[in-house]
Design a protein around this ligand. Structure first.
Ligand code: GLN
Length: 482
């Protein structure tokens, strides 16, 4: 296993094509690794061993017949448990979906299946993606493979830990306010939140529909790019998805030409000084390589967290109204519940019993923000500030190619350190939520370490600027040998 744990998708692909190893062998090695180690990390909620071996056998058959196989054929992938895989349980980290079997594939899964990707399992998440540490999962937290006393980050913490620990070559996560980039930073792997609309949301259990986006976790930037190319593109089943499919850029950026904007608002109060040092050191390395560093300002960034939590809770309260613990996998409650009054109590009891405290908190906050009389004061105002923030980014990108800063304000924290204080948990999202509010793409790339703990550099590009993100990400990857 060790020998496979660091290999890139392209290298594994070459080994498959040259028959140095079979897809079934690769699948077996990963499944065994999960079986032997996952009790330590708890990255997985469901392991799909049979499905993985079947998919791998099909790839081996194609290779035997001399057929050409796509890059992702036979490559193991772990999937956040908020993304539907036909015939497999999908819990979104919630008791209310504990027995829900997905009746169809999400579009991203259908696209990976076309490639022959091998799905090894479904990964842990904060309940409905609400959280920063997976401690809000109804099934227990995921631990950070670098330090088992610390969180892996969230909400897609299981996917990040699975890639970090070598249980999977890559993984899919979902990012509404940082849920890919933050755990990627905490676990020292690559995490991409694509431009809103580039990846279909069909078959994703929604948190906040105007912010949610699916993206990859990977071992290196090129792998993230490969997965992004496979899953992006217009989908008739998601009206917010866009037509454009990216052609990967051929030329590497000349570092002399890249103009990096560093927002002063991202280096303000609340930033851990050790995290700041790693980020500043990396910026200095890039500058030495010829990059231009410009201090910029995003004047509305300090309001982003407040705006995000109004929009997130409002949209979540609407999206989660459908879960009544009667539909979606939970056995129907008392059959005689025929009157409106009785039915109301069935809903109340089921939702009261099956939703965790963070979900209830957000449903109440969101319902309040959307209620008559408060709608203009909270929701409408938040949307107006969202537009101002978007304009801040537009102005910044007139002068710079990419924006860089820390992905998170602090290092991976200890398990249970922040659970009693939701506000301190929300603070972890300080730098990531502005990107979702503005619909932009962003990448987290390991930039260094404090002791054993990784620190991620957050790179933001203008909308549809993914190719530039990948090139900037490679500059960091090559600047430092981890
Ligand atoms: N931590 C953020 C939240 O709790 C982000 C969640 C996400 O991106 N799914 O809302």
């Amino acid at each position: 296993m060790e020998s496979l744990a660091k290999l890139s998708i392209r290298t594994i692909h070459e080994k498959l094509v040259h028959r140095e190893i079979s897809a079934v062998e690769i699948a077996r090695m990963h499944l065994e690794h999960i079986e032997n180690t996952d009790q330590e990390f708890h990255a997985f909620l469901t392991v799909t061993a049979d499905m993985a071996l079947e998919q791998a056998a099909l790839v081996d058959e194609k290779i035997k017949e001399g057929q050409e196989i796509p890059l992702l054929a036979g490559i193991p992938c772990a999937v956040k448990d908020a993304i539907l895989v036909k015939g497999v349980r999908c819990t979104a980290g919630s008791k209310i979906l504990e027995n829900y079997i997905a009746p169809y594939d999400a579009t991203v899964i259908a696209r990976l299946r076309e490639q022959g990707t091998v799905l090894v399992g479904k990964t842990n998440t904060d309940e409905f993606g609400m959280g920063t540490s997976t401690e809000n999962s109804a099934f227990g937290a995921t631990k950070n493979p670098h330090d088992l006393t610390r969180v892996a980050g969230g909400s897609s913490g299981g996917s990040a830990a699975a890639v970090c620990s070598g249980e999977s070559v890559f993984a899919l996560g979902e990012d509404t306010g940082g849920s890919i980039r933050l755990p990627a930073s905490f676990c020292g792997v690559i995490g991409l939140k694509p431009t809103y609309g580039t990846v279909s949301r069909h078959g994703i259990i929604a948190l906040a529909s105007s912010l949610d986006q699916v993206g990859p976790f990977a071992r290196n930037v090129e792998d993230a790019q490969t997965v992004f190319d496979a899953i992006s593109g217009k989908d008739p089943l998601d009206s917010t998805s866009v037509l454009y499919r990216y052609a990967p850029l051929q030329e590497d950026i000349n570092p002399k030409k890249i103009r990096i904007g560093v927002p002063k608002e991202f280096f303000a109060e609340g930033l851990d000084s050790q995290v700041e040092k790693v980020i500043r050191d990396m910026l200095a390395i890039l500058e030495k390589g010829g990059a231009e560093i410009h201090e910029i300002s995003l004047p509305n960034a300090p309001y982003a967290l407040a705006v995000y939590y109004i929009i997130n809770t409002s949209e979540a309260s609407a999206n989660l109204a459908r879960y009544d613990a009667i539909r979606y996998g939970v056995p129907a409650q008392p059959k005689e519940a025929a009157t409106d009054e009785k039915l109301f109590h069935v809903y109340m009891n089921n939702r009261g019993e099956k939703f965790g405290p963070e979900v209830k908190r957000r449903i109440m906050l969101g319902t309040y923000a959307l209620s008559a009389g408060y709608y203009d004061a909270y929701y409408v105002k938040a949307q107006k500030i969202r537009t101002l923030l978007k304009q801040d980014f537009d102005r910044a990108f007139e002068k710079v190619d990419v924006i860089m800063g820390p992905t998170t304000p602090f290092l991976p924290f200890k398990l249970n350190e922040r659970t009693a204080d939701p506000l301190s948990m929300y603070l972890a999202d300080l730098f990531t939520v502005p990107v979702n509010l503005a619909g932009l793409p962003a990448l987290s790339v390991p930039a260094g370490k404090v002791g054993e703990l990784p620190v991620g550099m957050h790179i933001i590009a203008r909308a549809f600027g993914e190719p530039l993100l990948f090139q900037a990400g490679k500059l960091i990857e090559n600047a430092w040998n981890f």
